[in-house]
Unconditional design. Structure first.
Length: 279
């Protein structure tokens, strides 16, 4: 059973060179707040499997793209699932945690997502566009992403990559949830400066859009970020459902919203531990 002050192993790569933001600052500040409620230690993702048995739960945060440490992550995941280790977010996520297959599944199911295919015979299903985006199924942080013309698609789409129309969107919006509770939204008014974020006040329709994907993912506990773009016709389309290690952009929030997020995360972690949350 967890102690009065649960012990958390907080997984982060403080040296990861993220573009346009500093992962390390966010985790340093967030762990400083969480230490008020939990006994907490930080470790690099490559060390998590070796250390996790000494803690009540593992919290995966700004650990960087899994591609950088694929073997270590697969070992961690296998051992955590086999041993029933409590991992937050739980390892049952269907979004980016499991790769990009969800973009194909959601496209096929008719959800409002950027149309996505991975087979040459399905290229005809994509809407006509001047340019297309091609990215690895197991990609992250825009690693391996290419923008190409239509004539190049047949030679690139081989089942290992995803193809989407390139959309000249008005802006991107990120909706952050803890468990199933909406916390805040941020947007980039200038598409060319995607990490210059400002607070965004979502409409009821905006929130209904985001909640559809939170409900689809069916994670009872954890932090999720729904990233969307505003298409030229005004419709929101899903870009990414980040449920493994979403960057939170806490520095873009005011003190009131940031404090509310920390309080929500603390309640979520306590609820997760009390419920005997499994990997």
């Amino acid at each position: 059973m967890p102690s009065a002050r649960p012990r958390l192993l907080y997984v982060t790569d403080l040296a990861y060179p993220a573009r346009g933001r500093r992962y390390c600052d966010e985790d340093i500040r967030l762990t400083a707040r969480l230490r008020e409620e939990f006994d907490l230690a930080l470790c690099h993702p490559r060390d998590a499997a070796a250390l996790m048995d000494a803690f009540d739960a593992v919290v995966v945060r700004n650990s960087g793209p899994v591609l950088e440490y694929r073997a270590a992550y697969d070992d961690f995941r296998t051992r955590a699932l086999a041993g029933g280790t409590r991992v937050y977010n739980p390892l049952t996520g269907r979004g980016d945690m499991a790769g990009k297959q969800y973009l194909l599944d959601l496209t096929a199911a008719g959800y409002p997502v950027i149309p996505t295919v991975d087979r040459p015979e399905d290229l005809r299903l994509l809407p006509a566009a001047d340019r297309y985006v091609v990215k690895p199924k197991l990609g992250a942080d825009s690693i391996g992403l290419r923008v190409v013309t239509a004539d190049r698609l047949p030679g690139l789409v081989d089942g290992t990559v995803l193809a989407q129309p390139h959309i000249d969107f008005a802006h991107e919006i990120s909706f952050c949830f803890v468990d199933h509770d909406f916390q805040y939204a941020l947007y980039a008014p200038d598409p060319g400066r995607r990490w210059e974020l400002r607070p965004y006040e979502p409409t009821r329709d905006d929130l209904e859009f985001a909640r559809r994907f939170i409900e689809w993912n069916a994670l009872d506990h954890g932090i999720q970020r729904v990233d969307a773009c505003r298409a030229p016709d005004g419709q929101l389309l899903l870009v990414e459902l980040e449920d493994l290690n979403p960057y939170l952009s806490l520095d873009a929030l005011d003190d009131t919203v940031r404090d509310a997020f920390v309080a929500a995360m603390t309640r979520s972690l306590r609820g997760f531990l009390a419920a005997g949350g499994k990997a």
